[in-house]
Every structure is written in C-alpha cells, then in structure tokens.
Write a protein that binds this ligand. Structure first.
Ligand code: SF4
Ligand code: SF4
Length: 103
C-alpha cells in the first residue's frame, strides 16, 4: 500500500480519561481536526491525516494513533464532526462576548 494511503488509514484518538482539556492539541492540528467538547478533545476522523503532531504536543499522553478500522474509532463520524463544528461556533461566540464586554 502506498505510504500516503497508509497514513490516511490511521487516525488519532483521545483517551478521555487522560485528557484534561488544555487545548494544546488543537493549537498544533493544522487540519482543524480537533476540537474541545465538554472540556475533552475530540478528533474529527474525516480531517485527521495522522501527522501525529497532536500526539507529540499532548502533555498527558492522552492521544494515540490507531488503524481506522479499530473498534475504538468506530464512532459516528457525522456526530463527531458536528461536535467539532459546534465547538468552533461556541469558541467564536465566547470570543464575541469577550469583545463586547471590553467595549
Ligand atoms: S493536549 Fe492532550 S490533554 Fe490537552 S486537550 Fe489535547 S488531548 Fe486533552
Ligand atoms: S494526527 Fe495530525 S491531523 Fe490528526 S488530529 Fe493529530 S494533529 Fe490533527
């Protein structure tokens, strides 16, 4: 299998028990695949290209890489994506609220 296809077949996933919601992974994920939902990181598997930047950035060792076929990754991708998008919207709303408070 070509390397590019192989790397696309592996995905990052978050161990919610270890995640403390610090957001360091979201800062390094250049594909926008990670959001914070309910103070836990969530990976959008459709966007994750398995670059491992988040794995190296996480101070808690909460992110691991697994084959996309692994049962641990068999969550509803649409739901995961919606959660990530909702998190982005919530961040924007919080930003706007802070800006309004500063006026
Ligand atoms: S860097 Fe690690 S601990 Fe921090 S939010 Fe991401 S997964 Fe959680
Ligand atoms: S492995 Fe790379 S693309 Fe996937 S979630 Fe982590 S930083 Fe983002």
């Amino acid at each position: 299998m070509p390397q590019s296809i192989l790397s696309l077949a592996w995905k990052a996933f978050v161990n919610e028990e270890l995640c403390v919601g610090c957001g360091k992974c979201t800062g390094v994920c250049w594909t926008g695949a990670i959001g914070i939902v309910d103070k836990k990181a969530v990976v959008d598997f459709n966007r994750c290209v398995c670059c491992t930047a988040c794995v190296r950035a996480c101070p808690k060792g909460a992110i691991q890489i697994a084959p996309h076929s692994s049962p641990i990754l068999q969550r509803d991708p649409v739901l995961e994506r919606l959660k990530t998008q909702l998190n982005v919207v919530m961040s924007k709303v919080e930003e706007m609220e802070r800006s309004i408070e500063e006026l």
